[in-house]
Write a protein that binds this ligand. Structure first.
Ligand code: ADP
Ligand code: MG
Length: 276
């Protein structure tokens, strides 16, 4: 059994059948996420990405179909606490996720709510801050930090819950390229060292390139899903307003000019094949 299983999930924000234009935000979605897997979810604004994230940890409940997390249905009200502690979400704006005026208190907030012993909380907070490279800021205030540093604290807050799955919901969207890369490096390190599962919701195709599986959402439906080859489908991506990686686009233009290049995905692969 997969760690997360969506079967024919339908979700409406407004379940009033009389309402005009009442379209589901998630419309018949099925997919699986395995333990330790890195999954990228891409799609334009309003395609249903954040709704999908909130369905994964029971913040929202499906109207049709079923979602299992580690075998537990997200509709099972008695187990909702279990599900929330298995799947943590980091949202886009770190300012909305800060609750305390001292960084370590902020990170401790989640584990305190789990009712853990103070010793265990201490260990988790120290570990989480270390994992995101923010140990030296433990006693400081979050308000003076840069956007990238605040997002690291938000990630530490989720990590302190020791989730098995971390969902980054466009968590790097507001950051500069360097901070973006640093956050992704932290997340990938946790995948490798802690066997964490990562669901990265992103509109940066270069981040999606690091994923084992790519899910493309459009109008609440899965438009494509598969391995990295999904990102080479230039015309299909363009048809729903998404841009393929630079190397894929350049290769395509060259093919149009009559050059016969093999399929490439990364800049390195393109350069390598051009040199040859
Ligand atoms: P994305 O994260 O891909 O931008 P969302 O999941 O936020 O997409 O939104 C999917 C659809 O659901 C959009 O049409 C959006 O307008 C609608 N929607 C999102 N949140 C709400 C809400 N709280 N109430 C009503 N409609 C919503
Ligand atoms: Mg969103």
């Amino acid at each position: 059994m997969s760690f997360i299983e969506f079967s024919n999930v339908v979700f409406y924000y407004n379940n009033d059948e009389e309402a005009q234009n009442n379209r589901p935000a998630i419309d018949g979605v099925s997919f699986c996420v395995e333990k330790g897997e890195v999954v990228a979810v891409i799609g334009h604004n309003g395609s249903g990405k954040s709704t999908l994230a909130k369905l994964c940890n029971g913040l929202l409940e499906p109207d049709e179909g079923e979602i299992l997390v580690d075998g537990i249905s997200t509709k099972d009200k008695k187990r909702i606490f279990d599900i929330r502690s298995k799947v943590g979400i980091v949202f886009q704006n770190p300012d909305n996720q800060m609750v305390a005026t001292i960084i370590e208190d902020d990170v401790a907030f989640g584990p305190e709510n789990l009712g853990l012993k103070s010793e265990e909380i201490r260990q988790r907070v120290d570990w989480a801050l270390k994992s995101v490279g923010m140990s030296e800021h433990a006693k400081g205030t979050p308000f003076k930090l840069s956007g990238g540093q605040k997002q690291r604290i938000a990630i530490a807050g989720v990590l302190a819950l020791k989730p098995q799955v971390m969902i980054l919901d466009e968590s790097t969207a507001m950051l500069d390229p360097l901070s973006r890369k640093e956050i992704m490096d932290v997340a990938m390190k946790l995948v490798r060292e802690e066997n964490m599962t990562l669901i990265n919701i992103t509109h940066f195709v270069d981040e999606a390139m690091e994923a084992d599986k790519i899910i493309v959402l459009n109008d609440g439906k899965i438009f494509m899903q598969g391995g990295k080859e999904v990102l080479t489908k230039y015309a299909e991506l363009a048809s729903i307003g998404l841009e393929a990686p630079l190397a894929v686009r350049v290769k395509n233009k060259l093919n149009e000019q009559g050059y016969d290049l093999p399929t490439v995905l990364t800049d390195e692969e393109l350069v390598d094949c051009l040199c040859r």
